[in-house]
Each structure stands twice: as structure tokens, then as C-alpha cells.
Design a protein around this ligand. Structure first.
Ligand SMILES: [Fe+2]
Length: 166
């Protein structure tokens, strides 16, 4: 496959991720506000700040590639956030379940992003863009950290719920 096509594929992936991160910066304040526990609210609030820096990092990446930062509507993220919003409305009266619902939605978002960043890293490495792949890896690590944090919080929450139900 000619290198230009791979380069184009990388650009498209980056535009997709750029839009996805921007959608998230808009959605996360609402998600954080809906949380019942302080810990879960804090996790989403912290991830909002991390996400804002990921948007800036993508701008740096576009610049490193000699491109202008551009978005391409990310339908995958839109779908995940629409679904999350729907669940929020459905469970808004169920304080005991809302945090589990938020964690579930958050994990789906993280896994989607992790897949996108992994693809972008593979392309950047294949094309020899070392600085770009290093920057992308920083974001990947942050997403993996959030995924693990949600796992831990979700696990603790479930144990508590089981204890209370016993
Ligand atoms: Fe992100």
C-alpha cells in the first residue's frame, strides 16, 4: 500500500479522534453532575481536564504533521454519548443505580478511544512519525488509566450494593 494512503488513513483517524475528544469535553460536565457519589463525580471531573489536554495534544500532533487541526464528525462517539444520555434519563430517579450506569457508559467510551488511539499509533509508527506516536501514547496511557479507575470504582460500588442487599 502506498505511504500516501497510510498517511491519509492516519489523518482521518486523527480527525475522528479530535472530534470525539471535543464531543467528550461537552458531555463530561453533565455526566459528572449526574453522579451520586463524590468519588465518581471527581473521576469524571478529573477526566474532563485530562480530555481538554488531549484536545490540545491532538492539535500539537496535527501541527507536527504539518496539518491544520480538523474534525470529522465521529459518529461512534456520538452514538455512545447519545446512548449514555438516554440511560441517564432512564435512571435519573434511581440514585442507587445511576453511578453503575455512568461507569458502564464511561467504560464504553474509554474502550472506543483506546481502539482509535491504538490504530493511530500503529499507523504513526509504520510511517516513522516517532514524535507523533509518542504523543499519542501519552493519551493512550491516560485513557487506560481512566478505564482502570472506572473498573475499580465500579467493583467497589457493586460490592457495596451486594452488601446492602444482603
Ligand atoms: Fe480522551
Amino acid at each position: 500500500m502506498p505511504a500516501e494512503s497510510l498517511q491519509e488513513l492516519l489523518s482521518e483517524e486523527l480527525k475522528d479522534l479530535y472530534d470525539a475528544e471535543k464531543q467528550l469535553t461537552k458531555a463530561l460536565p453533565k455526566i459528572a453532575k449526574a453522579a451520586d457519589s463524590d468519588q465518581i463525580r471527581a473521576a469524571f471531573e478529573e477526566h474532563l481536564e485530562v480530555t481538554k489536554s488531549q484536545v490540545a495534544r491532538l492539535e500539537e500532533i496535527f501541527q507536527a504533521l504539518g496539518e491544520k487541526p480538523k474534525s470529522r464528525p465521529c459518529k461512534g462517539m456520538k452514538g455512545l454519548l447519545d446512548e449514555s444520555q438516554e440511560h441517564l434519563e432512564e435512571y435519573s430517579g434511581a440514585r442507587d443505580l445511576i453511578d453503575s450506569v455512568l461507569i458502564d457508559g464511561g467504560k464504553k467510551v474509554e474502550h472506543y478511544e483506546i481502539a482509535g488511539y491504538n490504530s493511530a499509533i500503529e499507523l504513526a509508527e509504520a510511517l516513522g512519525h516517532k514524535a507523533v506516536s509518542r504523543l499519542l501514547r501519552q493519551t493512550l496511557t491516560e485513557e487506560e488509566r481512566m478505564d482502570k479507575k472506572l473498573d475499580q470504582l465500579g467493583g467497589r460500588l457493586l460490592k457495596k450494593m451486594v452488601r446492602q442487599a444482603a
